[in-house]
Structure formats: structure tokens, C-alpha cells
Design a binder for this molecule. Structure first.
Ligand SMILES: C[S@@+](CC[C@H](N)C(=O)[O-])C[C@H]1O[C@@H](n2cnc3c(N)ncnc32)[C@H](O)[C@@H]1O
Length: 213
């Protein structure tokens, strides 16, 4: 983790500008990999890293989770707060503005989820993911989902970000031997409906469980 700098403010401004390009940047639906991987988990506390417009937080809260959503973008957080209120789950969702490269929420969570938190704009993804693993409570799950390099590298080519494979994401977590169970480390292809219509997406999915103490 590093100290908060002017570059971090630029990073926040870049994301704010990206969100302001449209009224709704993401679909509002929960991410397909979250639905697939978390539907069977017993509800508890969840931390959603880079919570965007709140689609995942709302889905989790509706299933009984108490969710902390964290994002660097004020615009995204304002939108997420409005969507959370409209969904009637404001009592179960807390939204925090944090630059995860500089400061990470306190506490331990039954689910820590990071969807498409890629390393563009200087986000120290690997350090953030290792910190995310530390934040998983005994018996809890860490879910890291990204865009597949094979299918979607062109999305981030301009930002000079090379998308990691699931195996690379798993390796950067540096999980302590014997303390974790790897539940998934794979690519997941699914249908996606966005502003541009129906398409197919391929995600990388890493799902690990910290063994109960
Ligand atoms: C590609 S979006 C994904 C949003 C959401 N997880 C989803 O899947 O719809 C990445 C999100 O991470 C946030 N983000 C990027 N860098 C961040 C940082 N350093 N700290 C906190 N949030 C950050 C962005 O503002 C954005 O909302």
C-alpha cells in the first residue's frame, strides 16, 4: 500500500469522467460469475471491492448479506447509493470511498469479492488482491473475477495492462500453504447483455476459501 498522491486523485478523476460519460455504465445486473459462485454461500458479511454502480452489492443484500461496497469514484458511489435506496436494501449496504491502493477497509468478511478491478490507472492490483485475501474471515471466501486475456485483451490494450490468467491471479495471492482451499481457478464463458446488446464474455474466476480455524 502506498501514500495517497496527486496521481491517485487523477485516477479518481479518470473514473469519475468515465462514469459521467453515460447515465449508467454497467448493466445494473449482478455479475454472472458472482451469481454462479455466491448463490450457494450462506449470507454473512461481504466486501465488494470496486463496487461501481452497486449491482453486485444489491444482489448480495437481497439475499441477506450485509455488504460493504468500496469504490474510488464519487460518481459511482452516488449512483450506487441511489440504486441501493431504490432497491430497498439501504439498511444492509454501506458504501465507502477509498482508494484501495492506499487504504483498505478494516475488518474481516465472509465474502470478499473483486470483479474487474484491473490494474489500469496505476491501481496496484496484486497488492490489493493480497490485502483482500487477508480480509477473509476463517471459513470465508475470496472471489476474484477478471476479463479473460484470450477473449478481451483488446479492451485494455490502450492502457498497457496485460490481463492476468486465473492461474496468475491465484499465484499473486501468495496463499499460505494449508490455510486455503482452491474452489475454482478457471475461465467462465457466459452470455452478457449490455448497452451494445447480447454478447459472450469470458471471465477469469478464482475462488478460494480460508479454512475455518
Ligand atoms: C471495471 S469497474 C467494475 C465495477 C463493478 N465491480 C462491476 O463489476 O460492475 C472497476 C471499478 O473499480 C473502481 N476502482 C478503480 N480503481 C480503484 C481504486 N484504486 N480504489 C477503489 N476503487 C477503484 C472504479 O471506480 C470502478 O467502479
Amino acid at each position: 500500500m502506498h501514500k495517497h498522491t496527486a496521481a491517485d486523485e487523477d485516477h479518481a478523476a479518470t473514473w469519475d469522467a468515465r462514469y459521467r460519460e453515460s447515465d449508467r455504465l454497467w448493466s445494473g445486473e449482478p455479475n454472472a460469475a458472482l451469481v454462479r459462485e455466491a448463490a450457494d454461500l450462506p449470507p454473512g458479511t461481504a466486501l465488494d471491492l470496486g463496487s461501481g454502480e452497486g449491482g453486485d452489492a444489491i444482489w448480495l443484500a437481497r439475499r441477506g448479506w450485509r455488504v460493504t461496497g468500496v469504490d474510488i469514484s464519487r460518481v459511482a458511489l452516488e449512483r450506487a447509493a441511489a440504486h441501493v435506496r431504490a432497491a430497498g436494501v439501504a439498511d444492509r449496504v454501506e458504501l465507502l470511498r477509498r482508494d484501495l491502493g492506499a487504504e483498505f477497509p478494516e475488518g474481516r468478511f465472509d465474502l470478499v469479492s473483486a470483479h474487474f478491478l484491473h490494474a489500469h490507472g496505476g491501481l496496484p492490483r496484486e497488492a490489493v488482491l493480497r490485502r483482500a485475501a487477508e480480509a477473509v474471515a476463517p471459513g470465508g471466501v475470496l472471489l476474484v473475477v477478471g476479463h479473460s486475456r484470450n477473449a478481451h485483451q483488446h479492451h485494455l490494450a490502450e492502457a498497457h495492462v496485460v490481463l492476468p490468467t486465473a492461474e496468475e491471479d491465484l499465484a499473486v495471492l501468495e496463499l499460505a500453504e494449508g490455510e486455503w482451499e482452491v474452489l475454482a481457478c478457471e475461465e467462465y464463458e457466459h452470455a452478457y447483455t449490455g448497452a451494445e446488446g447480447e454478447s459472450t464474455r469470458v471471465d477469469t474466476v478464482v475462488k478460494v476459501r480460508r479454512r475455518a480455524a
